[in-house]
Design a protein around this ligand. Structure first.
Ligand SMILES: Nc1ncnc2c1ncn2[C@@H]1O[C@H](COP(=O)(O)OP(=O)(O)OP(=O)(O)O)[C@@H](O)[C@H]1O
Length: 307
């Protein structure tokens, strides 16, 4: 497994209070990694440490397999970042701003400026001064600037703030395309579950400076899969009958009187017939689906475990 970013016990304190505590991130090459957490969870502080804007109090950061130090300019040059609100030379045009960024980064390629403007749908207005841009347009230009130098790693702190729903969908598609077609690894933060859920391959949940869980979307899909819930006073007998007579394999007893069946290949009526035939008393049978909200709320409430 190749990791683009790994942190070990990453910690940052402000005035003696830890804003980030012992965080271990494992971001695989070519994936979209979502950092999810409420305001103040520590997401921005983590991203600032990854980009050398803030110095860790303790812990280590490895990017592209190399340790990040205050002098890692070569590593920073391989990243595109959006952290905090976009700042531009307001009187210059969109293209002039991108030109300047290329110079600053020591990367000059006019074609890549045109490509970036096209990718964020700003090609038509490239000659307008940025002061005439809406917040959404500035956000697009910010993303163009981040992808301009064809980075291998994009670090995006709440990148879709200020965009309308159509813009949000466009950017989601753009990030997925950058990841798939160009193999760019993307770290993206949000406090909105629905945003992260639709884009990420792996989700890290942070709260109060701690990483509560780092979990793949595949794992989450299993946790939130459809299941049949049986309510019965004899869960163990029911489980025995389901396994041995109805040949079901994915069964979980979840309470004194509750049992769940995942991946059920037979119909509900066949299921009930089989149980009644073997004298299992049934109080209720329901088809259910675990919700992602419930899953994350349980992590936030329970403290969770780091996978
Ligand atoms: N420069 C600073 N000085 C003091 N405290 C800070 C500083 N920067 C961040 N903090 C504190 O660190 C904690 C984490 O903040 P951070 O901005 O990293 O969280 P976040 O998850 O990105 O939240 P948000 O989405 O609101 O930006 C907060 O309690 C914040 O007040």
């Amino acid at each position: 497994m190749t990791y683009t970013v790994r942190t070990k016990q990453l910690t940052r304190a402000y005035n003696g209070k830890e804003a980030v505590s012992n965080v271990n991130l494992n971001i695989r090459q070519g994936e979209i990694y979502g950092l999810l957490g409420p305001n103040g969870a520590g997401k921005t502080t983590v991203m600032k440490m990854l980009t050398n804007l803030v110095k860790p109090t303790a812990g280590e950061i490895e990017i592209f397999g190399k340790k990040l130090t205050p002098h890692s300019y070569h590593l920073l040059g391989r990243m595109g970042t959006i952290i905090e609100n976009p700042i531009f030379y307001e009187r210059l045009t969109a293209r002039e701003n991108l030109d300047l960024h290329c110079e600053y980064m020591g990367y000059y390629n006019k074609q890549s400026i045109t490509e970036a403007l096209e990718l964020v749908s700003l090609k038509e207005v490239e000659g307008k001064p940025v002061k005439d841009f809406s917040l959404g347009m500035k956000q697009r230009l910010n993303i163009a600037r981040a992808i301009l130098t064809k980075p291998e790693l994009l670090i995006l702190d709440e990148p879709i703030n200020g965009l309308d729903p159509v813009g949000i969908k466009e950017f989601r598609d753009l990030f997925k395309m950058l990841c798939k077609q160009y193999g760019i690894t993307i770290l993206i933060s949000s406090h909105i579950l629905a945003e992260i859920e639709l884009i990420a391959d792996t989700i890290a949940v942070m709260n109060e400076g701690k990483l509560l869980q780092e979990v793949s979307m595949d794992h989450i899909a299993q946790q939130t899969a459809e299941y049949i819930e049986l309510t019965t006073p004899s869960t163990h007998k029911a489980a025995y009958v389901l396994e041995n007579y109805l040949n079901l394999t994915n069964i979980r007893i979840t309470g004194d009187a509750e049992l769940r069946i995942y991946d059920c290949p037979i119909s509900q009526s066949e299921l009930m017939k089989g149980l009644v035939l073997h004298e299992v008393e049934l109080e209720a049978v329901h088809q259910k689906k675990g919700s992602l909200e419930d899953y994350f709320l349980s992590i936030l409430k329970g403290g969770g475990t780091v996978a």
